[in-house]
Design a protein around this ligand. Structure first.
Ligand code: ATP
Ligand code: MG
Length: 261
């Protein structure tokens, strides 16, 4: 059975997409079978996996509206195959922005992705879902089908404030819609150990959340930021970069983590 994880944080630009595509590539690199679902109308995870969102015929939008199955809508990326770290991609583009409105009146709307994944479940070890920067219907859809949430965060003062809203949403979804859901962990990203405040916030996180903070820390690394303009995760673009190595380490940590789930 595939384990399903949402990469979520309603704050924008905290590293959700970078985490999703690099974790997907890192897991592929260590032999795991991965489906990456882009649940953000921005389509950054799609483009960052080497798939042109503008030319996609079927996307997560069609799956949400039950016009297509995942088996029909998923694609592979030639660039990822060439890089030796391939995962399947269920892409997104601007069409998805309309889904929010179109799904208002339909039944079981928050369960649609779950049902769709069930049909391909045996083909994967991991399903990773890149969520948009909001606690919208789309994010709710993701949370309703997930076993767990991975929360990337920068070690800054306001990061802790935003966490309260996210934790409350996850608790509500857990209580009302998806009893499987739990926070798997907080991932410290764009970390710069030279900045004292980041060290302090990192310590606060460990004190407050204990083993819910992943051991792996993702450093601030320019190669990770450059990679998307080449349509590649950093792990594929420059495997030797410190940031890429950290994501492969994180992939190993996730493989260990799911053994205890
Ligand atoms: P959004 O909320 O818009 O979906 P996001 O949370 O998905 O954003 P990303 O797009 O992953 O965030 O990252 C935001 C920016 O920070 C991007 O330009 C990305 O390349 C850069 N970035 C992410 N992680 C790192 C890192 N570890 N080191 C350097 N730059 C990074
Ligand atoms: Mg994003």
């Amino acid at each position: 059975m595939a384990k399903i994880f949402c990469v979520a944080n309603q704050k924008g630009g905290v590293g959700k997409t970078t985490t999703t595509v690099n974790l997907a590539a890192g897991l592929a690199k260590i032999g795991q079978r991965v489906l990456m679902i882009d649940l953000d109308p921005q389509g950054n995870a799609t483009m960052g996996s080497g798939v042109d969102k503008r030319t996609l015929e079927l996307t997560i939008y069609d799956v949400l509206l039950e016009n297509a199955s995942i088996a029909e809508a998923r694609v592979k990326s030639d660039k990822l195959i060439a890089g030796g770290c391939s995962y399947d991609i269920l892409g997104a583009n601007r069409d998805l922005a309309g889904a929010e409105v179109e799904l208002v009146d339909v039944e079981r709307r928050e369960k649609r992705i779950k049902t769709a994944i069930a049909a391909v479940d045996s083909e994967y070890d991991f399903v990773l879902i890149d969520c948009p920067p909001s606690l919208s219907m789309l994010t709710l859809n993701g949370l309703c089908c997930a076993n767990g949430v991975i929360v990337p965060m920068q070690c800054e003062y306001f990061a802790l404030e935003g966490l309260t809203d996210l934790v409350n949403t996850i608790k509500q979804v857990h209580a009302n819609l998806n009893p499987d859901l739990q926070i798997i962990g907080l991932l410290r990203v764009m970390f710069d150990p030279r900045i004292t405040l980041q060290q302090q916030v990192s310590e606060q996180l460990k004190n407050h959340f204990g083993n819910k903070v992943f051991n792996t820390v993702i450093p601030r690394n320019v190669r990770l930021a450059e990679a998307p303009s080449y349509g590649l995760p950093g792990v594929v673009f420059d495997p030797s970069a410190r940031g890429s190595q950290a994501f492969v380490e994180f992939a190993s940590e996730m493989v260990e983590r799911i053994k205890t789930m």
